[in-house]
Design a protein around this ligand. Structure first.
Ligand code: SF4
Length: 366
């Protein structure tokens, strides 16, 4: 790629002004009004590991319910976790609430305006800090999400496989990023990746920066970026206990704060362990005495690092056993709104009268 980074940015920004995607958290390119840092931060947290399509409705609901960072900070954490249910990666919701409290209490409701200051907030890593700093505060920061990574790998014909190529790609994006309008530039790169420079069959004939693209010139663009081979996902197995009271209520409990799905409600289950399911050992983790009967089929769910298989056992405890369990009893009609994560919605769908939609987090990138 020729080192004329200035004209590259000019061409790309011109294209962005004509073709920018309309997104719920985004101001049109060149807007006179400054972006709301709270909305930018909220959207960037939601977009971590999640597609635009999945994050959009959550963003709109959160902003309507908690219009400012102070409103979010004042909300009970359980409400925030419940509103997040279905979006996945639940540590984000816990960190979101902790960061809102920190901004409200330590900074009087005003977000830090630099990449470095933003990094100090819970849940804000290098990418998110760069994106907020560029988009909300106009800082010249290198913003590299999955789309930008692909575009840059092709523009510079980076053949080193990911993730080893990340530092090199970040450095190249830093070189490309202009001092003027770095937020629009970052979003233009994202949109180019989403609309033109797609993972398969990039539309190079319609690309506004095709003249700068080394990957295209060398005929290798479509094969980039390269990836190191992925490790196979392990499978964990467990028994989920679908415990039904005589009035139809279902027993739920809250998971510990730390760890996967931390702080979220769940259907009680045995420990999630790799290898074949030891049924006898798993059934010993039943939350109370009942006759446990297997339901047909398995509930499966894929997390980032493993796949989960749940054998669902249903039990209807007698009155004398009801008090043995820790947790709360939830009517079937409330299961869709109580804030269960997607994997648990799959289990309770076995008893819900009218299951609501299962919102699924998608892969990274926008
Ligand atoms: Fe992507 Fe093709 Fe444009 Fe290169 S020319 S940036 S490969 S769309």
């Amino acid at each position: 790629m020729p080192a004329d980074f200035h004209s590259f940015a000019t061409e790309l920004l011109g294209w962005y002004r004509r073709h920018a995607r309309s997104l719920p958290w985004r101001l049109p390119p060149g807007s006179a009004a400054p972006p709301d840092p709270y909305a930018v931060w909220l959207s960037e947290i939601m977009l971590q590991q999640t597609t635009v399509a999945a994050a959009g409705p959550y963003f709109s609901r959160f902003l309507a319910r908690w219009p400012s960072v102070r409103d979010l900070a004042a909300a009970p954490r359980e409400d925030v976790l419940a509103a997040w249910a279905g979006l996945g990666y639940y540590s984000r919701a816990r960190n979101l609430h902790a960061a809102a409290r920190h901004v409200a209490e330590a900074f009087g409701g005003v977000f830090p305006s630099t990449e470095e200051g933003l990094r100090a907030l819970p849940g804000v890593g290098p990418y998110t800090a760069a994106a907020i700093a560029a988009i909300a505060f106009g800082e010249r920061a290198a913003v590299v999400d999955a789309n930008v990574e692909r575009v840059a790998a092709r523009l510079f014909a980076v053949e080193t496989p990911l993730p080893a190529a990340k530092p090199e790609i970040r450095e190249k994006v830093g070189l490309l990023t202009p001092a003027a309008a770095p937020g629009d530039f970052a979003q233009a790169m994202m949109d180019l990746g989403a609309l033109v420079c797609s993972p398969k069959r990039p539309q190079c004939a319609a690309c506004p920066v095709a003249a700068y693209c080394e990957g295209r010139a060398r005929g290798i663009a479509e094969s980039l970026p390269r990836f190191a081979p992925k490790k196979a996902r392990a499978t964990r197995r467990a028994v989920a206990f679908l415990c039904l009271r005589s009035d139809g209520a279902v027993l739920l409990r809250r998971r510990p704060d730390k760890g996967l799905l931390g702080g979220m409600l769940e259907v009680p289950s045995s420990p999630w362990a790799e290898g074949a399911l030891d049924l006898e050992a798993a059934l010993a983790h039943a939350p109370l005495r009942a006759r446990w009967r297997a339901r047909a089929g398995l509930v499966t769910h894929t997390f980032t690092h493993f796949r989960l298989e749940l054998a669902v056992y249903e039990g209807r405890p007698g009155a004398s056993a009801i008090g043995e369990a820790d947790g709360l009893w939830v009517a079937p009609s409330d299961l869709a709104t109580v804030g269960l994560p997607t994997v648990m919605r799959k289990v309770t769908a076995l008893v819900e009268p009218a299951p609501g939609p299962l919102f699924a987090a998608g892969s990274a990138g926008r």
